[in-house]
Design a binder for this molecule. Structure first.
Ligand SMILES: Cc1cc2nc3c(=O)[nH]c(=O)nc-3n(C[C@H](O)[C@H](O)[C@H](O)COP(=O)(O)OP(=O)(O)OC[C@H]3O[C@@H](n4cnc5c(N)ncnc54)[C@H](O)[C@@H]3O)c2cc1C
Length: 485
């Protein structure tokens, strides 16, 4: 049920779990715990609908490589960024959890098998369509992969009746987390403010911070500073190892025979390096996205390529004479970014938001491994087309130059905000443990992709919801244990 800000954290009103944020991480956790009989308070900093007073808190600066404005890269109201996500889903690959030879920093401290039991529930929550198995593209070093590309589920819609009717879930909007009080390694209260300057403290047995892949770091940096470093004693990695999936248009291809790539029957096809190729080429994971062109673009590409090669021209004329036209393909890529300390979220003390908190500053850029991963993956596709003689690749100009400088316009990134509060085996290597619990705090958990230590190339939200379901099970078990004791 919805409660007004003035009712939040009434004296003596202690709840089991305080969940902060209503996106892909927060709402499923809150709903699941309420379903299991626990008393949950769910706080959303934004309003029920989009509002400028909330969205403007997401403004920040970016230092380094070209990135999208931080207030357009996410949404700050009920449902969070699920209000504008694309709904494209794929789980991470099993070897995304391993230390890749190109950099051991990609290692997760949990195995892929830890998340498998939560796939079904997560897929149901997000309406994920069946995703076919990968298959090798013989001799190419690539495998064909699949995504679920369906309707994008908005958590506000998915959980509308829970928010409205659940007697155990109290939902409060315009409740902005401003700090976390800690004593003896436990959070004792979370402080919220509304837009009129009201302040309320919520007391709970457990707290889940699920404010998105940028704000989780920003809010912890701010709360840690306010606590004099007692919230996170070893904050060396806090905000660091931040990642997005770089996205770019990488060229075009003309296929004489689209069947080996599966493009005779499908409009799109997706490929990624095999684990063996990633090792052999010392690269990370990369999703190559092939889309069928429209007729005009197809004609233009055919004319362009045939003007460069008389033999190609003759070949295409022969094809056309027998009533077959080559198929034009647009090539895009979305790939794994190397987790690096330099890519990080910081507090910008020169700019405060309207609630008085330092705005976010993101330092972001490509590494040579990021660029090599893309180049090698595209070359694998180009070599395959040439060797099998099923088509020709025309690389985007920027990929033919040395050094390769990814474009500073266009798609740029997936707006997949990952890292900053990475999961690790010890406090010296990350911020949360294997259960997504903040190392120094017994009752503070982090939901969302800020805990990803490595990010594969797959869109993150399915994994976020798998982790959310796992966390709900973990908290449920802890709450039950405490009740029995
Ligand atoms: C344009 C776009 C397209 C995308 N497409 C895809 C896609 O196709 N596939 C995919 O997997 N992913 C996609 N994503 C990413 C996806 O949206 C995110 O992975 C997902 O929404 C993250 O969930 P979250 O709960 O961690 O964060 P969010 O959904 O961002 O939720 C964070 C919540 O915290 C609230 N909040 C923030 N600060 C505070 C505060 N101080 N106090 C209280 N509450 C606060 C916010 O209002 C929000 O409700 C896309 C993202 C964008 C921007």
């Amino acid at each position: 049920m919805e409660i007004p800000f003035a009712s939040l954290g009434k004296p003596g009103d202690s709840v089991d779990v305080c969940v902060i944020g209503t996106g892909a991480a927060g709402l499923p956790i809150a709903a699941r715990l309420a379903e299991r009989g626990h008393r949950v308070v769910l706080c959303e900093g934004g309003d029920i609908e989009f509002s400028e007073r909330s969205q403007s808190l997401y403004r920040g600066t970016v230092v380094g490589g070209a990135y999208v404005p931080l207030d357009t890269a996410r949404l700050r109201y009920l449902g969070g960024s699920t209000n504008h996500w694309g709904g494209v889903c794929r789980p991470l690959d099993p070897y995304d959890f391993a230390a890749k030879p190109a950099t051991a920093e990609t290692r997760w401290p949990i195995e892929h098998s830890e998340l498998v039991p939560y796939y079904g529930e997560a897929a149901q929550i997000l309406d994920v369509l069946p995703i076919g198995p990968d298959s090798e593209l013989p001799g190419s070093g690539l495998r064909r992969i699949h995504f679920s590309i369906g309707e994008s589920v908005h958590t506000r819609t998915r959980y509308a009746s829970t928010i409205r009717d659940s007697p155990r879930l109290a939902f409060c909007s315009a409740a902005n987390l401003m700090g976390l009080e800690t004593r003896d390694g436990r959070i004792t209260s979370a402080r919220f403010t509304n837009y009129e300057g009201g302040v309320r403290d919520v007391h709970a047995r457990f707290y889940v911070l699920a404010c998105g892949g940028i704000e989780n770091s920003r809010l912890l940096l701010w709360s840690n500073r306010q606590s004099g470093g007692r919230l996170i004693r070893n904050a060396d990695t806090l905000g660091r190892y931040w990642m997005d999936h770089p996205h770019a248009s990488i060229g075009q291809a003309l296929l004489f025979d689209p069947a080996p790539l599966g493009l005779d029957r499908a409009y799109d096809a997706f490929f990624a390096p095999t684990p063996h190729a990633m090792i052999a080429r010392n690269i990370l994971n990369c999703g190559l996205r092939l889309h069928t062109m429209g007729p005009e673009q197809n004609l233009a590409l055919t004319e362009d390529l045939t003007s460069l090669s008389p033999s190609l021209k003759q070949r295409i004329q022969t094809m056309q004479a027998s009533g077959v036209a080559p198929k034009g393909i647009i090539l895009r890529a979305a790939w794994e970014q190397e987790p690096r300390r330099e890519n990080r979220i910081e507090l910008d003390d020169t700019r405060l938001d309207s609630l008085g908190m330092p705005r976010c500053r993101l330092s972001w850029g490509y590494s040579s491994l990021d660029v090599r991963t893309l180049r090698e993956s595209v070359l694998m596709l180009g070599d395959y087309l040439r060797q099998t003689d099923i088509g020709r690749l025309k690389l985007a100009d920027w990929l033919t130059q040395e050094p390769i400088l990814p474009p500073d316009t266009g798609e740029l990134v997936g707006r997949h905000h990952m890292g900053g509060t990475r999961m690790a085996a010890s406090a010296s290597q990350g911020i949360v443990d294997l259960d997504c619990r903040v190392f120094d705090q017994d009752n503070l958990y982090i939901g969302g992709s800020s805990v990803f230590p490595g990010c594969g190339h797959a869109n993150p939200t399915l994994t976020i919801v798998q982790l959310a379901m796992r966390m709900a099970d973990h908290l449920d078990a802890r709450l039950l244990r405490q009740t029995i004791v």
